[in-house]
Design a protein around this ligand. Sequence first.
Ligand SMILES: CC(C)(COP(=O)(O)OP(=O)(O)OC[C@H]1O[C@@H](n2cnc3c(N)ncnc32)[C@H](O)[C@@H]1OP(=O)(O)O)[C@@H](O)C(=O)NCCC(=O)NCCS
Length: 335
Amino acid sequence: MTFDIIPIDPLVDEDLATQWIEVQKRSGEADWGDDHCAWALAEIQGRRRGTGYSFVDLAAVQGDSVIGMAAVAMPLLDNTHLALLMLHVDPDHRGQGVGTALADAALGHIRERGRTVVQADTETPAAAKEPAGPRFAMKCGAKCAQTVFRSDMTLPADRDLLRRFAAGEGVEDAAAFRIDWRLDEIPDEWLPGLAVLEQRMSTDAPQGDMTVEEEDWTADRVQENLDWARNAGRRIVQAVAFEGEALVGFTQIEVSANSPTLGYQQDTLVLREARGNGLGLRLKATAALALMDELPQVTTVRTWNAHDNRHMLAVNADLGYVRTGVLQVWEKTLG
Ligand SMILES: CC(C)(COP(=O)(O)OP(=O)(O)OC[C@H]1O[C@@H](n2cnc3c(N)ncnc32)[C@H](O)[C@@H]1OP(=O)(O)O)[C@@H](O)C(=O)NCCC(=O)NCCS
């Protein structure tokens, strides 16, 4: 089979980019059926207009058809040693060297840009027998640096139970904390506190053996992320915990315009000094209730948690999350 690897610009080549994203979708469907995750073109384009990363996007093309895709994201604000690789081959064109050719081309671009550590994810359904992704990553010389469980919660859930969780029923110091939430519009005065929480996500959440440094967050960076989501038609439920005037915890659920029945549970963190007060459960229950009220078309919330994140996994079990698969972060150091 002959094919070419070409660079593409999703901001310019919209037809090509649409096919390129379709490969990622079809690849996800092959493994996950209806439970796949997929990016929307507007989300991909928004990231490429942002200031947080530079990108190299590659397509494997045969005639007029895109049969494979690779996207390399290189952080610009911190972790400038890293390159984050996403790579998918159309299910009808696998096992013919397309993945290897895309990986070789991507690694060439990454080396050229002086990045020294490449990370890529594979996602495997719980029932999968011989998943191609992990075998491919090992063949490329990568090592598994982090194992993450993927879990789904079905909505609508038991509203009374969620209300009791959200109120901190049975927690001794529940009254010392106030939980609040917003849909889409986040008050400016929350932004500096959210920046602190995002930065702590990069040091205080389990990182396994990943070669990552502390991220550098500002209120402007939080705002840029919110703008990216809004401009791409994403809805965001943001729940926060206050102790006095200080933000001490947060969680977000995002709903892509691309998949309006699916909520992506994003970052959740309670500052170390506020842990042990049941805030993780209160925050997540609050966000789930908000979703049921404001975006009732959402029937699934999906989350990813490090396999050793005992407390977060216990919170998820209380909320009714069910494990559906495993995500592995693969890392390769370039010599
Ligand atoms: C992993 C993936 C990219 C491989 O693409 P591909 O074009 O089939 O890859 P190649 O033909 O170049 O094969 C390279 C290696 O992949 C693995 N592989 C390919 N097909 C496989 C299959 N059906 N089952 C298990 N492993 C397979 C093998 O290790 C193979 O090497 P080998 O032929 O020497 O045994 C593709 O299966 C895919 O898109 N999977 C979903 C996304 C993903 O996991 N991406 C990898 C991120 S690191």
